[in-house]
Design a protein around this ligand. Sequence first.
Ligand code: GLU
Length: 596
Amino acid sequence: MRSSRPTGSLVALVAAVALALGVGVAPASARPPHSGPGDKVPVATGYGGAVTTVDADATRVGLDVLRQGGNAVDAAVAAAATLGVTEPFSSGIGGGGFFVYYDAATGQVHTIDGRETAPMAMRSDSFVENGVSIPFADAVTSGLSVGVPGTPRTWATALEQWGSVDLRTALHGATEVARKGFVVDQTFADQTAANTARFSAFKSSAHLYLRHGAPPAVGSVFRNPDLAKTYDLLARNGVDALYTGKLADDIVETVQDPPAHKNSTLVVRPGLLELGDLASYQAPLRAPTLVSYRGLDVYGMAPPSSGGSTVGEALNILEASDLVGADPTQTLHHYLEASALAFADRNRYVGDPAFVDVPLAHLLSDGFAAERACLIDPAAALIKPVAPGVPDGDYTSCETAAVGTEGTDGQSTTHLTTADQWGNVVAYTLTIESLGGNGIVVPGRGFLLNNELTDFNFTDTQGGNDPNLPGPGKRPRSSMAPTIVLADGTPFLALGSPGGSTIITTVLQILVNRLDLGMDLPAAVAAPRATQRNTVAVQAEPGFDRTPLQALGHTFVDNPEIGAATAIEFLEDGALLAVAEPVRRGGGSAAVVQDR
Ligand code: GLU
């Protein structure tokens, strides 16, 4: 029922980040005719379609596609390709992601699994040497952690299935940005600086990102002509050029023989990727996950992502806890507890469904949620970590919560959300895993490779039952959680976030803020975050009010910034409310085709 939607007054949040244009890689007078950081606004309301991303250029390119009559899928691919230029440390054609699409003509939600895949030569102990895991940092900057990129195949599949333009058209705007350049903002400069040590180790990476031995200056114009040429190649020959052509040769050579300087002190292990791995890559369509929450239908990404199952299970636990009318402290207490319980189950049961029998229907069942919910004590936080439940169909007990093992994850990635004049909607999260991926630019090609295989557990974390060990052709478990919420079969919300395993809690917290705490969408996105992923302490941003939850026994540690969400709400009067972050990661960029 549309009338069941929560209401709230619209809060206008405007991030005024005016960066002075200066002289850097190119003089300011050479500034390209594109968006500058000052063009960014985090909230836009209107009609005819919407795009929201972390970046002004990506949003502008997506919006141009909508204005030229393209649909939400076309705009999503165009914006994603632009993020590959302007947010190259979080996404790009060297990585993978998950694409969730609501098709207005049929009312169906579809998903594409564009997850990177391990080479066929990978074994469960490929990250183990002499009986111990290799250092995580070594695995990150290596050939060993590179999975077959899924992003190019995702774009091609999305356009073939539901797009209205071809790949050439969808890549046009991004290619222009790569060729003519974009204005470097503080986030880009900071993210380059964070990678300086390892980019310096590779001639190709240093050549692109450290042209004068240092990160590009804020306000300078950054160009990536190699990436423009690579996009031209894909536009001409299709994405097969990356999976079977000369570009495939270059990727395999880079992985098998990483181009590290001889005098580098980094230990850069070669990878196992072969041409056959690239040639056989597929980005399959998968049925979405679906749970009902307060009369709304919440669609998410199925395994190998744990996004849909973990957000979905936590929502079911919250619903079983009957929070209607609860005070904010009890709502947030239950949010933290539901998340911890769902993470215990995620860690124990979720992996690549081609290798692991994931009990998805049980994990998303109301019976299992009720059994898990009954462990929550309104007066006291559970001792973390909690043990996983038993999703076996027998849900009559309320067992005492046992103590389990902790799980953790990294940070980076990007999420974009689009909608068009016909009512189609896309929620798309994509990544190259670590900030800067594996740190290695494919020489002459202008893009970084992923280190997605570090999302596998290197050794068994689950007493002989780990669903996320490496394997040949296996996809590492993800946390990406692009989400579309329908009310009475029509779109109500679409959202997602980066942030490793905090993606799940960010999506969940925004939903709780919006649906249970009565915030409007801009406030729900902007509100200070806390993340409980079955760890002893809750991580929380500085502004999160800890005091009432500490009284219930929750303990906290600081996390300066959690996630960088984008979202769209479909308002009752037919308007679109596009929302990005007002502050996190330098603020995002929301836009609509026609302002209200
Ligand atoms: N590789 C992570 C995942 O798929 C995302 C990377 C991140 O956001 O840090 O869950």
